[in-house]
Design a binder for this molecule. Structure first.
Ligand code: SAM
Length: 322
């Protein structure tokens, strides 16, 4: 690694905190079609000199533009950083901002293995809503590309297990109108998924806890996206056993997540995401493809095939042979 890159890692929080601060004080909302630092500070009720410095740094990072003392939006700030009615465009950034509260306590988590006052998404309805909407925000532009690559036939019964906002369930239903699509999640997520099903797609919804309640089925395909990283190996084995029982013979389970290589040090995005899980729920983590294959085999699935999907992560497809 070169020296500059090393220092940009050591001080990487600075850029994040500048963006967080501007979001917290709603600077992006006050820019409108272009305005001065003075106006923004007045609207935000913040210190004018400090506000100007933050705005200048955002221009330096190419998140905003500036000419003749007037700050203006870039395409990116307008689409990602402004509160826009029902669009939920800020949910992803808000979720990142909320996660910072726990990330800031990483040294304590590592010291004790616990964080008693950790803010968990499941403990607070507003935080949970932001989390679910953030999932939609992250996935909505990517879902179609992935679903097109899955082994789905018209008329299949499909379970989106822990499908959250329904981004994938809706995409399955839209691309395969003859499919019978079920979304299973906790009651609060199901309520949001129903809100987001604007086209009134004929999705079936099951509210419940996938460790406790009947998953329905049997299904030709179960889709499990971004779930296993939230749980421990024992919990994942329990869940995979329950899913196995809900898959038809000849049916498939598709697991989408970030997977580690056997060294557990690469790819870096998956390693860091494992720390994000440590910070946010302690029990979860990222797992290797090898580990996943062992779990799948131990619950009874046949061969498990790994695939990298361009622009949308990685999947493991396992088949139930008998
Ligand atoms: C990270 S989100 C993934 C959402 C969606 N699958 C996706 O890929 O965008 C995890 C989802 O799992 C759901 N979930 C977590 N534990 C659950 C449980 N025990 N029973 C049902 N749903 C659960 C959460 O409510 C949330 O919607």
């Amino acid at each position: 690694m070169d020296y500059d890159e090393f220092w940009s890692i050591v001080t990487g929080y600075r850029k994040s905190r500048i963006v967080h601060t501007a979001v917290i004080w709603k600077f992006f909302d006050y820019i409108g079609t272009g305005t001065t630092a003075e106006y923004i500070a007045k609207k935000a009720n913040t210190d004018e000199r400090a506000t100007e410095r933050i705005l200048n740094a955002l221009v330096g990072m190419e998140i905003l533009r500036k000419s003749d003392g007037i700050y203006r939006h870039t395409e990116l700030s307008r689409s990602q950083l402004v509160e826009q009615g029902d669009d939920n465009s800020l949910a992803g950034v808000r979720h990142a901002l909320q996660s910072w509260e726990n990330w800031g306590q990483l040294p304590d988590i590592v010291k004790t293995g616990e964080l008693p006052d950790r803010k968990r998404v499941f403990d607070d309805p507003e935080r949970y809503r932001t989390f679910i909407l953030a999932m939609h925000q992250y996935q909505k532009h990517r879902a179609e590309q992935l679903v097109r690559q899955l082994p789905v036939k018209s008329g299949d019964t499909i379970l989106d297990c822990g499908g959250g906002p329904g981004t994938y369930a809706n995409t399955f239903q839209r691309l395969y109108p003859g499919a019978d699509v079920t979304l299973f999640d906790l009651p609060d997520a199901i309520a949001i998924a129903k809100e987001l099903n604007e086209g009134d797609l004929p999705i079936q919804y099951i509210s419940g806890d996938f460790f406790e309640d009947d998953l329905g089925g049997p299904y030709d395909l179960v889709y499990l996206s971004n779930i296993i990283h939230s749980y421990s190996p024992d919990q994942n084995l329990d869940l995979l056993n329950r899913i196995y029982a809900a898959v038809k013979t000849g049916g498939r389970l598709v697991i989408r997540d970030r997977f580690l290589d056997d060294s557990e040090t690469k790819p870096l995005g998956a390693v860091i995401f494992g720390i994000h899980m440590l910070v946010n729920n302690l029990q979860g983590g990222t797992y290797s493809v090898k580990e996943l294959r062992e779990w799948l085999q131990s619950v009874g699935f046949g061969k498990a095939e790994y695939q990298a999907i361009e622009g949308n992560g990685e999947i493991i497809i396992a088949e139930k042979l008998d």
